[in-house]
Design a protein around this ligand. Structure first.
Ligand code: FES
Length: 130
C-alpha cells in the first residue's frame, strides 16, 4: 500500500516575489518538483507516490504538504522551504512512513529537515461496517 505525499503547489512564502518580478512558479510548485525528483531517485516508486493539490488551508505557514496512506496515521507538514535538502528530508521520512505498519515513525529516525515542521497528525479512519 503506497504512502502518498500530497504537495500544495500553490503555497507561497513571505519572500516570494510573485510572477510580475520574474518568479513564474510558486515555492510550492518548486518544492513539489524537487520531491517528485527525490522520489524517482529512491527507486521505490510503488511504495511512495507524489501528487499535487491546490491549497491545504495552511497558507500562513507554507510550504505545506500531507503524508498519508490508507489505514495509517496521516500528517501535515508546513514551514518547508523549497530546497533540495527539505525535499530529501520529506522523502526520507515518508519512506519510513511507508515501511511502518501504522505510519508512526520513531523520533530517533526522523531526518533533521522534518523536525519542527509537523503541523498536525490525523488518526486513520475506522473501518466501515457492513
Ligand atoms: S496555498 Fe498552500 S496551503 Fe494554501
Amino acid at each position: 500500500m503506497a504512502t502518498w505525499i500530497t504537495v500544495c503547489e500553490t503555497c507561497k512564502r513571505p519572500d516570494h516575489p510573485g510572477p510580475a518580478e520574474g518568479a513564474p512558479d510558486t515555492p510550492g510548485a518548486r518544492l513539489a518538483a524537487l520531491i517528485e525528483g527525490a522520489v524517482q531517485g529512491t527507486g521505490c516508486g510503488t511504495a511512495l507516490r507524489v501528487r499535487r493539490t491546490a491549497c491545504l488551508m495552511g497558507c500562513e505557514h507554507g510550504c505545506n504538504l500531507a503524508v498519508g496512506a490508507r489505514a495509517k496515521l496521516g500528517y501535515v507538514l508546513g514551514r518547508l522551504e523549497p530546497t533540495p535538502e527539505a525535499a530529501e528530508a520529506v522523502v526520507a521520512w515518508a519512506r519510513l512512513h511507508a515501511e511502518s505498519p501504522t505510519g508512526q515513525v520513531p523520533y530517533r529516525l526522523w531526518p533533521a529537515g522534518v523536525k519542527g515542521r509537523f503541523v498536525s497528525r490525523t488518526p486513520p479512519l475506522p473501518e466501515e461496517e457492513g
